[in-house]
Ligand binder design. Structure first.
Ligand code: FES
Ligand SMILES: [Fe+2]
Length: 372
């Protein structure tokens, strides 16, 4: 019998087609020019048509030239059009072709001269988001962004060769703090990692940790609440005794080799102090750089979803639950869009084994069951 495990998650996995992705800073999509973005190896063109965002496959139906090489022009009715740079075919904001210059102004236009639109394009938290096909889960929530008393900022946006799956996994992990973040906030108190319950509701996964945090010379205990879903985004809320910090790490799997990482950060004690905000951004840039330093040492950017490919412990239960959620999402993504089911339903009964089985007896407890 040939036994095949669950395929690993890579940046070009089909599952990414069924998710919302951060594809650009809002100001990168200007009124004047279309913008090409890559999602899981496929090119999309984003443009603002009279203020309204639209996203299409970046491929002209004529000779398949990238439409992102074209320009935004104004049609006879005064509304915006996207003109292809190769032979000038012109499309409106719904993707309909209304002019083929080589046929003249009254030429007959084939019904097939149409652009294929993305399932969705939206703007939130200063970013433009794109869903190639019907997403399994809604746009990630970030309640602290713009909340009273919280000051939001962007940490540095980076491109890395680490995979989007590896990055989310890293962001959901807490056992690496004393090692990877030894130069910033990470510290060990010699006690086992306090990894709390993992809960899943629909496709939303949440885990809680109580860990020591070094703030200057002082070590305090902080509660970290980490949330993710079947996408490349993770939300982290740090409740320290004196302040709350909340972060949205939004990773775009661009193609097999690169991931673009957007890191949005908020903090409750800035109170208009520009120097304090600058220090906060700098610290968060350093923390991301520390994570990338280990992730970029991997020779391969895949994330195993087969529970037997790695050794898990009870401290890893959130990471294990996310792997299982992504395995369910990957199975679901292979079914027709619109047939979205709850996580767990996509697997064959008996197919999913306990990830804890790969660990030493007594070492692991059963991680939270997505959908349970
Ligand atoms: S390839 Fe776009 S008009 Fe010909
Ligand atoms: Fe980290």
């Amino acid at each position: 019998m040939i036994v095949t495990g669950v395929p690993p998650l890579v940046n070009t996995s089909p599952v990414w087609r069924r998710a919302w992705h951060p594809v650009a800073h809002a100001e990168e999509v200007t009124a004047g020019a279309p913008l090409q973005v890559l999602v899981a190896g496929e090119a999309w063109v984003i443009a603002r048509f009279d203020g309204r965002l639209a996203a299409f496959e970046d491929r002209c139906p004529h000779r398949l030239a990238p439409l992102s090489a074209g320009q935004i022009t104004t049609g006879g009715d005064g509304t915006a059009r996207l003109s292809c740079a190769y032979h000038g075919w012109r499309f409106d904001g719904t993707g309909r072709c209304d002019l083929i210059p080589s046929l003249g102004r009254h030429g007959k236009i084939s019904k097939r001269a149409r652009l294929r639109a993305a399932y969705g394009v939206a703007e939130a938290y200063g970013l433009v988001w794109l869903a190639p096909e019907e997403p399994l889960a809604p746009l990630p929530a970030f309640g602290e962004w713009g909340a009273p008393g919280m000051t939001g900022a962007r940490a540095r946006t980076v491109r890395t060769r680490a995979g989007a799956g590896q990055l989310v996994d890293n962001f959901l992990d807490a056992a690496h703090f004393p090692f990877v973040h030894a130069a910033s906030f990470g510290v060990s108190d010699g006690e086992p990692l306090q990894a709390g319950e993992v809960t899943t509701s629909s496709w939303r996964l949440t885990g809680v940790f109580d860990t020591p945090y070094r703030d200057g010379g002082v070590v305090v205990t902080h509660r970290v609440t980490k949330t993710s879903g079947p996408n490349g985004t993770a939300h982290v809320r740090l409740d320290l005794p004196h302040v709350t910090i909340a972060i949205l790490l939004a990773c775009l799997p661009e193609d097999a080799d690169t991931t673009r990482v957007f890191k949005l950060i908020t903090r409750g004690d800035i109170d208009g102090d520009a120097g304090k905000l600058e220090r906060f951004i700098k610290e968060e840039d350093q923390i991301l750089a520390e994570d990338l330093a280990i992730l970029e040492r991997y020779r391969c950017s895949l994330l195993p979803l087969d529970p037997h490919a790695e050794v898990h412990t009870r401290a890893d239960r959130l990471s294990v639950a996310w792997r299982r959620l992504m395995a369910d999402a990957a199975a679901q993504a292979l079914s027709e869009p619109g047939e979205a089911s709850e996580p767990g339903e996509a697997s064959e009964p008996g197919e999913a084994s306990e990830p804890g089985e790969a660990s030493e007896p007594g070492e692991a407890s059963g991680p939270g069951e997505p959908g349970g």
